[in-house]
Ligand binder design. Structure first.
Ligand code: C8R
Length: 283
């Protein structure tokens, strides 16, 4: 009897989790007009349901990108690494930039954890692998896939906020893909075939999505410039003169103009708080 009760309670909790997760997904999704959220859910769910939660490849989310494609917003796209709070503190208040979290898929899944299980149709929110526990977990593969799709459509003048509070603000730390070795230019996948780009998933083993996934997909045919904002807090450890930013320049597709500006975090906050300051005059 005890076992039956435990099983029933456990079953109900897991069900509860599923419906709670799905209802969060749908209610966040419904804020976007003209979206068939059930269709988006179906495309999302197929990526990880009934799978070992350490065996969800980045490509499993391809149908999701097809179901909810990214629309380019030229000159307004904002990328970031290790500066999430500053960036969103700013973008929430001002309509100057669009981050991935302002898009349908980014906003729907921001802050959530999910996974499936072999032999189950359910979505679970507990007992899922952590970000670094195994490479191909559903959450990590999701952010990699949608970050790539977001970077693929980037256009015009692009902004990236990087952190001056760490030693290496641009840190790809990835192995070279075989196709690149001997190219002498380091990472340079913009001229590579799509199949080779896909191979880059497998070599981008670190956590840094901006450096290992987004920058390498920026295309000179679409993007005019990359404008880095180094966010400086008190006791900053790095700024625009940091050697790692030289790597960033070298990684960039030739033809994309690079610039970097050191900006105190307080200035970004000030600009967020004062709508009278024009977007272009923030830094
Ligand atoms: N991007 C990546 N990861 C994101 C994300 C996002 O938009 N939104 C969330 N919530 N996350 P980091 P990074 C989660 O190391 O790896 C895009 C993921 O769990 O500071 O260089 C975005 O377009 C992920 O582990 O940044 C941005 O430009 C961390 O937050 C880069 O990729 C990301 O933490 C940032 O990726």
């Amino acid at each position: 009897i005890v076992i039956v009760i435990i099983a029933v309670v456990l079953g109900l909790t897991l069900r509860q989790n599923k419906s709670e997760f799905k209802s969060t997904f749908l209610s966040r999704c419904e804020k976007f007009n003209q979206t068939d959220c059930q269709k988006v859910w179906d495309a999302f769910e197929q990526a990880y349901v009934n799978k070992d939660p350490c065996k969800v490849a980045v490509e499993a989310y391809d149908p999701l990108i097809v179901a909810a494609p990214f629309k380019p917003q030229c000159n307004r796209m904002m990328f970031w690494s290790k500066t999430k709070d500053v960036v969103h503190g700013f973008t929430e208040k001002r309509d100057c930039f669009v981050t991935l979290e302002d898009t349908l898929l980014g906003s729907v899944l921001d802050g959530l954890t999910w996974c499936g299980k072999e032999g189950s149709k359910g979505t679970f929110t507990t007992g899922c692998p952590g970000w670094s526990e195994c490479e191909n977990n559903p959450v990590r593969s999701f952010w990699r896939r949608i970050s790539a799709a977001f970077a693929d459509v980037a256009c015009g003048d692009v902004t990236a906020m990087l952190s001056g509070s760490i030693d290496t603000p641009f840190n790809p730390t990835r192995k070279k893909a075989p196709a690149e070795s001997g190219s002498g230019r380091g990472i340079c996948c913009n001229r590579l075939e799509d199949s080779t780009k896909d191979m880059l998933w497998k070599t981008a083993r670190d956590n840094n999505i901006f450096a290992s996934i987004e920058v390498v997909r920026f295309q000179a045919s679409r993007i005019k410039s990359l404008n880095v904002v180094m966010v400086l807090q008190q006791n900053a450890k790095s700024n625009c003169t940091d050697p790692s930013l030289k790597n960033l320049r070298q990684t960039l597709d030739t033809g994309i103009t690079y610039s970097c500006k050191d900006v105190p975090e307080s200035r970004i906050q000030e600009c967020g708080a004062k709508p009278e300051i024009a977007c272009g005059a923030c830094w």
